[in-house]
Design a protein around this ligand. Sequence first.
Ligand SMILES: Nc1ncnc2c1ncn2[C@@H]1O[C@H](COP(=O)(O)OP(=O)(O)O)[C@@H](O)[C@H]1O
Ligand SMILES: N[C@@H](CCOP(=O)(O)O)C(=O)O
Length: 295
Amino acid sequence: MTYHIRVPATTANLGPGFDALGLALKLYNEFRIETIESGIEMLGCDDIPLGENLIYTTIQRLFHEYHHEKYGVRVISHKIDIPLSRGLGSSAACIAAGIVIANRAMGERLGLEDMIRIGTELEGHPDNIVPALVGGMVASIHEGDQVIYTRISIPQSLCFALMIPEFTVSTGEARKVLPDHYSKKDCIFNISRTALLVAAMQNGELEKLRVATGDRIHQPYRMGLIPGLEAIFQKAQALGSKTEVISGSGSTLMAMIERNNIRFEDEMNDFLSAMEGGWYVKILEHDQEGIQIYE
Ligand SMILES: Nc1ncnc2c1ncn2[C@@H]1O[C@H](COP(=O)(O)OP(=O)(O)O)[C@@H](O)[C@H]1O
Ligand SMILES: N[C@@H](CCOP(=O)(O)O)C(=O)O
């Protein structure tokens, strides 16, 4: 049996919604899956050691946990467009793909809610894995052994400009720079803005996005990991962006722009080409479908 999987990139946090908000983007990894007699074979991704290959480790873990021995899978990475460790959810995409591949091999014994829970446990937070699986913009919480999530609508006129550098920021390292405790003032700052952001998105109030994406939980501590951030944010604002945030834990920066902002891409690319860091811009729409299996 042979089939294909397409899994989207995701951008998490969207400013104040640390570990809670995320959205799927039309940027994809694609895999071809073949059934083999036994074991797990990975082709087309030789630069990632097997022990760090999250598709491999996810399938291995699920086969072991569910005592699956009947037959194995060959996973061929044939289109890897999600760059690694740039804050675009490459790890969540691979975990999501691994779960779906293992589940299919095991006769679809897991439902969507099980896959979301397992993915969240493996990733450590739900904000990338949930939109990678279900698509769209999603608010998620992890409580006990349950993940509860809901979709948030995104204004039709909004799209996303991703400024992606050559350098990486590992999510693990970017979590270590965060403090263990926050003041009541900072918590209230983020709670109020997360609520405003969700409502502004639902209501299409683009003018409120800038104030609604204010954040004191993670971005102030991570800015130092991304040289060029301030200049790029300023340029994006000058080009009419509605707001700018770090995508996930970085290194990618994201501006929310109107679809009809036709000068943004070229002018931002000109600006980025004069900077150090190997930056380039990609304008993307949100993905509404999440992970897809096709024959
Ligand atoms: N295409 C891929 N195939 C296998 N594993 C991958 C792939 N892309 C990313 N990974 C794994 O995910 C890790 C990156 O995770 P992380 O630092 O959280 O970055 P991101 O912000 O992109 O999710 C890589 O070091 C690798 O272990
Ligand atoms: N909420 C997480 C999101 C990490 O996203 P990634 O795409 O950088 O893996 C965090 O901010 O640590």
